[in-house]
Write a protein that binds this ligand. Structure first.
Ligand SMILES: *[C@@H]1O[C@H](CO)[C@@H](O)[C@H](O)[C@H]1NC(C)=O
Length: 349
């Protein structure tokens, strides 16, 4: 029945799309004719996504390399105008009752929630993958079972793969997910302070954006090595949740080097990780450390007086704090350093 509805839906929306597409194509054609006279190219440059090189290689989270154009062209704005994350975001619920086969939660379809295993009395974890990622990204396959092992929680995997081939769309995808959580809370009575939103790479900033979009204060937000090439207006912020934490593992390369949260951890100095030979491997380690912290704890950080101490591993301020974990460490702030093993188990205690 659901499959039948989906097919029907696709057919009818395609029919509507044809008329709309024709009208839009005509409008764009007129625009192009006008612009062609003024610009040497028929796809004018309207801005730059990030300073530096126009073309840059970016690795997705399965290790494939993509050539990314950092300049914003007219066609990018057209694609962005067409991108509708409220419709294309997918939400997959995992609980201890269904640890390996997800239940879809659909915005504005309360039946998908009431017939699912979602329980508003539990903590709810929301996971946001990175550039060109998907439900089966390592970030999700590591963290879904780790969270379910650590506690009787709802885990919602956000699939924003419809937009993730263009990193900046993490902003729109995160905002749409924030609206989804507000809706979910309205129909279930769940409260924002019981949420833990976790994102990786561009999804690291997206997790912050998601949390600040939710109506009310999200309890716990974690950024796993938030991306470096990112609009400074849309960075992860300490105020995104009641407690926010960032784990820096490839800072200054794929990841962001400077502190972003209430608490910033710089394992092994935050730039390169032992046991890794590639940038992507350093970057991945952020969610492996989080996953291990959920299962077995450990990762005791030493407080640093400043960022330089964290980067050079010379922290001598007093106090310690454990990285990650299931519960927010609300009230803590600062910069922390720790040393890991090159292979799992990564924690040295
Ligand atoms: C930490 O080390 C720095 C540099 O050696 C030193 O100036 C500072 O007094 C030390 N702080 C503490 C709390 O030991």
């Amino acid at each position: 029945m659901i499959i039948m509805n989906n097919i029907k839906c696709v057919v009818s929306s395609t029919a509507q799309f044809d008329t709309a597409t024709m009208a839009r194509t005509a409008a764009i054609l007129v625009l192009f004719v006008g612009l062609a006279a003024a610009y040497p190219t028929n796809d004018p440059i309207l801005g730059k996504w990030s300073p530096g090189l126009r073309y840059d290689y970016m690795e997705d989270d399965s290790g494939s390399v993509h050539l990314v154009d950092n300049w914003l062209k007219l066609s990018d704005y057209e694609k962005l105008a067409r991108y509708n994350p409220d419709a294309s975001n997918r939400y997959h619920l995992f609980t201890r009752q269904n640890p390996s086969i997800s239940q879809p939660l659909v915005l504005n379809n309360a039946g998908t929630v009431t017939s699912s295993n979602f329980n508003a009395r539990r903590r709810t974890i929301v996971l946001m993958h990175g550039f060109a990622g998907s439900v089966t990204s390592g970030f999700n396959t590591v963290l879904v079972p780790a969270f379910l092992a650590a506690g009787d929680v709802n885990v919602i995997v956000l699939d924003w793969s419809a937009g993730s081939a263009w990193g900046p769309r993490a902003i729109q995808a995160g905002q749409a997910a924030g609206r989804f959580i507000t809706w979910l809370n309205r129909i279930t009575g769940a409260t924002p302070n019981t949420y833990h939103i976790v994102g990786y790479s561009v999804g690291g900033h997206g997790a912050g954006i998601m949390a600040r979009t939710v109506s009310g204060n999200v309890g716990y937000v974690t950024g796993c090595d938030p991306a470096d090439r990112w609009d400074t207006a849309w960075l992860f912020r300490p105020s995104d949740g009641l407690y926010t934490e960032v784990i820096h593992t490839n800072g200054g390369d794929i990841g962001y080097l400077n502190p972003l949260a209430h608490v910033d951890f710089y394992p092994n100095g935050g730039r390169t990780m032992p046991g890794c030979m590639t940038s992507l491997c350093h970057h991945y380690r952020s969610y492996y450390y989080l996953g291990e912290s959920l299962r077995t704890g450990g990762f005791t950080g030493r407080r640093c007086a400043n960022l330089n101490q964290a980067l050079s591993g010379t922290c001598n301020a007093s106090g310690t704090l454990r990285l990650g974990g299931l519960e927010p460490k609300t009230g803590n702030s600062g910069i922390f350093h720790l040393v890991t093993n090159p292979l799992a188990p990564f924690s040295r205690g």
